[in-house]
Write a protein that binds this ligand. Structure first.
Ligand SMILES: *Cc1c(COP(=O)(O)O)cnc(C)c1O
Length: 454
């Protein structure tokens, strides 16, 4: 048997997604209606999301949710994805640790995002919705949603964070190739965009602002809904196909991970790789560590506050219980655009609150050093986002070496970086910086939060 790469068959694609909320002892706190502060009812989400997605969002009772056949058929385009033993990286680090990665970069759009874009487009189509809106940071989610929308015959408008619109022009071209309309955010096309542009004419955008614009357009357009690529519980649910496959593949390798690592923007790929393993920790069968790796410049899990906050900059969304830096936080322009988000999803936030997971923050220069070593030893150029997980995995492997003991590490390679080469160029030219964030700066966006959680 090949000990390097572990492959499954099409019939091994999971038949159901895993809903960890059903098995958590402390359930995630409810979403709140921002006006009344009462727990949100499912119907209140219907103007925003397809009904089935609204139902999944609030479902805390069914541990397994069947994947529709049409979605599984489309998953077959690229799933199951390979699990790979990173022998090259292990050798370069001279570590006794065994390092595995789940390669989600093999999807048609180059990242894990398609795992949720496909079902979101499917449920919208099934309910007769014709138009959808969304936002995108680095363009990965926008690319995935553009392809999924086209596959199900939906019209899509994407608000792309302005700094990425300029830093990553090819992602914009990809979305346009799939037939989506792409608008740089903030834009003059929405009230939220106009407000911020008149206050700060040179504002380069944030995911929070782009979400406000996409939500505003969706609720004002007939037969239109909004879709989101991370943060929400139904997105985490869809991504569990990653970990469910990885679980079978680790068994093929004859191992079980001691540590599972994912990079962290809003939490979707981290949740996808880790929740299926965490279920063995919740049930007491296994004592596994799971680690979220976030950028030092956007450290919601390590330095944020656990509090109710809006998911967007303008305050259009329900209040979400999350580790947050404050919804008006404007992160530095790091190249890992997909990680520049102010908050963490409500499930992850509860798990963190309960000590069931860990978080580390990584400096930008360390992520590119890790990315370069990974590329040279494993032959895959990682996305700058994924490089945060690689850097954390390398740290774990170095620790194993210092402690002189073996350790099995699994991380998620959430995407490839072939459209991010401008960022690598800047790194090689010595033009990239680390961004430190002072407590005073953090306080500016944290202090105004209403203290609903005491
Ligand atoms: C969007 C993205 C991320 C961050 O989002 P999560 O929801 O936290 O997973 C990470 N890696 C890649 C490649 C992405 O496209």
């Amino acid at each position: 048997m090949n000990r390097k790469k572990f492959l499954l068959q099409e019939e091994d694609i999971p038949a159901a997604w895993y809903n960890i909320a059903a098995e958590m002892k402390n359930k995630p706190r409810p979403l709140l209606n921002p006006g009344t502060k009462a727990p949100l009812r499912e119907e209140e989400l219907y103007p925003l999301f397809a009904k089935e997605l609204a139902h999944q969002e609030l479902n805390q009772t069914d541990a397994w949710i069947e994947i529709p056949d049409e979605v599984r058929e489309m998953y077959k385009f690229w799933r199951p994805t390979p699990l790979v033993r990173a022998f090259g990286l292990e050798k370069a680090l001279d570590t006794p640790a065994h390092i595995y990665f789940k390669n989600e970069s093999v999807s048609p759009v180059g990242s894990h995002k398609l795992n949720s874009a496909i079902p979101q487009a499917y449920y919208c189509k099934k309910e007769g919705i014709t138009n959808i809106t969304t936002e995108t940071g680095a363009g990965q989610w926008g690319a995935a949603m553009s392809y999924a929308a086209k596959a199900f015959g939906l019209e899509l408008a994407v608000y792309m964070v302005k700094v990425s619109y300029h830093q990553k022009p090819y992602r914009r071209s990809i979305m346009q190739t799939f037939g989506a309309q792409v608008i740089a955010s903030p834009s003059m096309s929405t009230k939220a965009g106009r407000k911020i542009l008149t206050e700060h004419p040179n504002y380069q955008g944030s995911l929070g602002t782009a979400i406000s614009e996409a939500v505003e357009l969706a609720v004002q357009t007939p037969n239109c809904r909004y879709t989101l690529g991370s943060v929400l519980s139904h997105v985490m649910l869809h991504q569990t196909v990653i970990g469910l496959e990885a679980e079978k593949q680790m068994a093929m390798a004859g191992e079980y991970p001691d540590v599972v690592i994912g990079c962290f923007g809003g939490g979707s790929n981290f949740s996808g790789i880790s929740f299926p393993f965490l279920r063995h920790k919740l049930s007491g069968e296994k004592n596994i560590r799971v680690i979220a790796a976030e950028p030092a410049s956007c450290p919601k899990l390590t330095r944020g506050e656990f509090q109710y906050d809006f998911g967007d900059e303008a305050g259009y969304t329900p209040l979400l219980p999350m580790y947050t830096l404050g919804h008006t936080f404007s992160p530095a322009h790091i190249h890992a655009g997909g990680l520049r988000y102010h908050g963490a999803g409500s499930i992850v936030s509860q798990l963190r609150q309960d000590g069931l997971m860990e978080a580390v923050d990584v400096e930008q220069l360390d992520t590119f050093e890790a990315a370069t070593l990974f590329a040279q030893t494993e032959g895959i150029i990682p996305a700058p986002e994924s490089a945060h997980a690689i850097a954390a995995a390398i740290n774990e492997a170095k620790q194993a070496k210092e402690e002189g003991r073996s350790k099995t590490i699994l991380f998620n390679l959430s995407g490839h970086g072939l459209i991010d080469m401008a960022a690598y160029d800047q790194y090689f030219a010595g033009e990239l910086l680390n961004y430190s964030l002072s407590d005073e700066e953090l306080e500016k966006t944290l202090a105004p939060l209403e203290k609903i959680i005491r």
